[in-house]
Design a protein around this ligand. Structure first.
Ligand SMILES: [Zn+2]
Ligand SMILES: [Zn+2]
Length: 303
């Protein structure tokens, strides 16, 4: 949607006009946060505190981009989804600065029996053509699920699921797709939903699982807040070359020599910091040059 704004490509502006050094470029600007699920108190305070960026919500239907409840499948990587959400909010109110968050909850690729929640928070600045993002991962998120009949004792499951602080979703286990009851936080509603869903399921079971939407899942909210805190720190950090906000780690170089045979072991050796607006990069060692890796990690010494 166009509001008659002339968009200046970053490269077309002289460096001195791009990012004034005196104040942070986002102080007193307004960014719109696209959210249906009450993320403002998680995302706004760290950004306000770090750089004086003001955050306002815009209620857009981000569910069109995929939902946790699985009724609308997600498409594309989470970062792309977060950027698309931010742009939905920006175009809804005609602002060039937007925020959004996107979470992925599922088995940890490194430890398949453990559930990990990775939350991304992104800032999109279309006036300057930059995107800045950060993420935070937690293994403490509650994501419980079970299949029950209408007569089962739910006590142990409800304790594991952190109910009622963590709300639940109930649906038929097999067969029917509907009804789906979301945001259940009372035992009466839970009992009624289980009876209804079990009665229409072909296996007579109701599927009961954590409602992972941000407002319904406090353990997820903590992870979003931590990701927002990291984003605030990154936005406060400015490129040493051009002054743009968003300076920070963009890549990690692996390879520390094994103490016995010298083969490079897959451990971080240095991090590359980069700028979202220009090509400036700096490499920062994370281990000293004399550091050697434990032979226990070496593919030759400890195959
Ligand atoms: Zn070795
Ligand atoms: Zn730069």
């Amino acid at each position: 949607m166009s509001k008659g704004r002339t968009r200046h490509p970053v490269a077309a502006l002289p460096p001195s006009r791009r990012w004034e050094r005196a104040d942070h470029p986002y102080t007193d600007l307004v960014a719109v946060l696209a959210t249906k699920h009450g993320k403002l108190p998680l995302i706004a305070p760290p950004l306000e505190e770090a750089v004086g960026l003001r955050v306002e919500t815009v209620a857009v239907d981000t569910d069109a981009l995929g939902t946790f409840t699985g009724d609308i499948p997600r498409q594309g990587p989470p970062l792309d989804t977060a950027i698309a959400k931010a742009r939905l909010g920006m175009s809804a109110v005609g602002r060039p600065l937007g925020l959004a968050s996107e979470g992925s909850i599922g088995p940890d690729p490194a430890m398949p029996f453990v559930i990990v929640d990775r939350e991304i928070v992104v800032l999109v600045d279309d006036d300057n053509g930059i995107v800045v993002w950060e993420s935070h991962s937690s293994w403490d998120v509650i994501a419980a699920a079970t299949n029950v009949t209408a007569d089962d004792d739910l006590g142990p499951f409800l304790a594991e699921a952190g109910f009622p602080d963590h709300q639940l979703i109930v649906r038929p286990n097999i067969g029917a797709v509907h009804p789906i009851h979301k945001g259940i936080s009372s035992i009466d509603k839970l009992t009624a939903a289980i009876a209804e869903c079990a009665s229409v399921a072909t296996d007579n079971l109701a599927r009961v699982e954590t409602d992972l939407r941000a407002h319904a899942c406090p353990s997820r909210r903590d992870v979003i807040a931590a990701a927002a805190q990291r984003l605030a720190g990154r936005i406060a950090a400015r490129c040493p070359a051009c002054g743009a906000p968003g300076w920070g780690c963009i890549d990690v170089i692996f390879g520390v020599p094994c103490a016995w045979c010298g083969t490079e072991v897959a451990r971080p050796r240095s991090e590359i910091d980069g700028c979202p607006a220009c090509e400036h990069r700096e490499t920062r060692a994370v281990v000293s040059p004399e550091d050697r890796a434990d032979p226990g990690e070496c593919p030759y010494c400890n195959p």
